[in-house]
Design a protein around this ligand. Structure first.
Ligand code: PLP
Length: 440
């Protein structure tokens, strides 16, 4: 049989990867199986999956109940359409469940297959919302610099990390990026956001879209009062607030949804990843009753927006079982508790290692920044970044996590499964400490 590494190089174009490096070096790890917080590769090496793979395997790997839920639904009805006036029980029940667990007033769900589709759908829905209300000029979407929202047509442009615009340029227009509140503070960030709104013209702005915590940007946790002020600003100018809860949803930040950390209710919420813990693709947009009412009253004819897999019955059955497990095992509470333990470990490590700068967690979403001088927060130059070396050292020590190194950043991100136990947190921190010592 041909070697897997060679076949991989020949036939598999990897997502978000350097095609050249992939060709030269081949895949470093070929995963074979998963169990709880662990992944095992083809050579029987075992790793702690400290990223829940792609911030999504919230309940951990190898859950038979999810496989059973999928099998049961597939045997009964693997797929049928939900277009037009067709429907099916799993999607109806999941929509009801999501309406129940999202904040008050968010009660209607449009399903997709993932985060990018959800954010593209949100952009189209907000523009449609304004159009049918006689304000077609409200088209602009403001989002945050260093925000990540996906790679489809609109979500690429909503994303505030310029590297993502390089591949094919902007496919849609009317996107504006405002300063992240991280490291800036609420007052400055809100003043700058107000400035952007005034400059662009409030009557041209459809929505402000942001992640409650900017994940791929480096786990940038906003100040506690930031989103409350954003909510007020949006109300003042009649701008819709869209929360991208693709990473932060389903317990990741120690609350069921990220915005709940600050008691803020958005007008729309997008979700994906943790809704099925990655066992099967699914995402969606939840809209407020006010928006739903406008759509019901003023949307004429067919809404020409729907994916073949919107509300996929098997995916919906898996999501229902996944949410049941999150609730039964109290994983939201565990995320909060274990996040507090994780940051304690990071803080202890910071006292012992000179190159550790800011450390932070919110639930089981965390980051460790690496700096040349922790007193002045001076970063390493772009050719001296440390995070990628720490990531390699962690791989050798049996931990998978992720580096963020664009612009001046040098960050290691963590998003371990919400089932983490204290002893596993301790092992993770010990291994990180050891890896940083090794490379510093
Ligand atoms: N939004 C956020 C906050 C994300 O982190 C991601 C993916 O990482 C997306 C959207 C895009 O989701 P997907 O990769 O499922 O299209």
């Amino acid at each position: 049989m041909e070697n897997l590494i060679d076949l991989d190089k020949m036939h598999f174009i990897h997502p978000t990867s350097s095609i050249k490096q992939q060709q030269e070096e081949g895949s470093k790890i070929i995963f074979e199986k998963g169990d709880g917080i662990y992944l095992t590769d083809k050579n029987e090496n075992v790793y702690i999956d400290a990223m829940s793979s792609l911030w999504n395997v919230n309940i951990g790997h190898g859950r038979k109940k999810l496989a059973e839920a999928a099998a049961e639904q597939m045997e009964k009805l693997a797929f049928s359409s939900a277009f037009s006036t067709f429907s099916h029980e799993p999607a109806i029940k999941l929509a009801k469940k999501i309406a129940t667990i999202t904040p008050t007033g968010l009660n209607a769900v449009f399903f997709t297959s993932g985060g990018s589709e959800s954010n593209d759908s949100a952009v189209k829905l907000v523009r449609h919302y304004w159009k049918i209300q006689g304000q077609p000029n409200r088209r602009k979407i403001i989002s945050l610099k260093r925000g990540y929202h996906g790679v489809a047509a609109a979500s690429t442009s909503v994303t505030g990390i310029p590297e993502f615009w390089g591949m094919a340029g902007h496919l849609m227009t009317d996107f504006v990026h405002a300063d992240t509140p991280y490291g800036k503070g609420t007052e400055k960030a809100i003043t700058s956001l107000r400035h952007v709104i005034e400059e662009e013209g409030p009557e041209t702005i459809a929505a402000f879209m942001a992640e409650p915590v900017q994940g791929a940007g480096g786990v940038l946790i906003p100040p506690d009062d930031y989103f409350k002020e954003v909510r007020e600003l949006c109300n003042e100018y009649g701008i819709l607030l869209v929360a991208d809860e693709v990473i932060t949803g389903f317990g990741r930040t120690g609350r069921m949804f990220g915005m709940e950390n600050w008691g803020v209710i958005p007008d729309m919420m997008t979700f994906a990843k943790g809704v099925t813990s990655g066992y099967i693709p699914l995402g969606g947009v939840v809209v407020s009753d006010a928006i739903h009412d406008v759509l019901k009253e003023k949307s004429e004819g067919t809404l020409f927006h729907g994916f073949t897999y919107s509300g996929h019955p098997t995916a919906a059955a898996v999501a229902l079982k996944n949410i049941e497990i999150i609730e039964q095992e109290k994983l939201v509470e565990n995320s909060r508790k274990m996040g507090e333990q994780l940051v304690k470990g990071f803080q202890k490590m910071k006292q012992q290692l000179d190159i550790v700068g800011d450390v932070r967690t919110i639930g089981l979403l965390g980051a460790v920044e690496l700096v040349q001088d922790p007193k002045t927060n001076k970063r390493f130059s772009s050719d001296m970044k440390v995070a990628p070396k720490v990531i390699d050292a962690l791989h050798e020590r049996g931990v998978i996590c992720r580096a963020v190194t664009y612009e001046s950043t040098d960050i290691i991100c963590f998003a371990p499964p919400l089932i983490m136990e204290q002893s596993q947190i301790d092992t993770l921190v010990d291994k990180l400490h050891d890896a940083i010592l090794f490379v510093q």
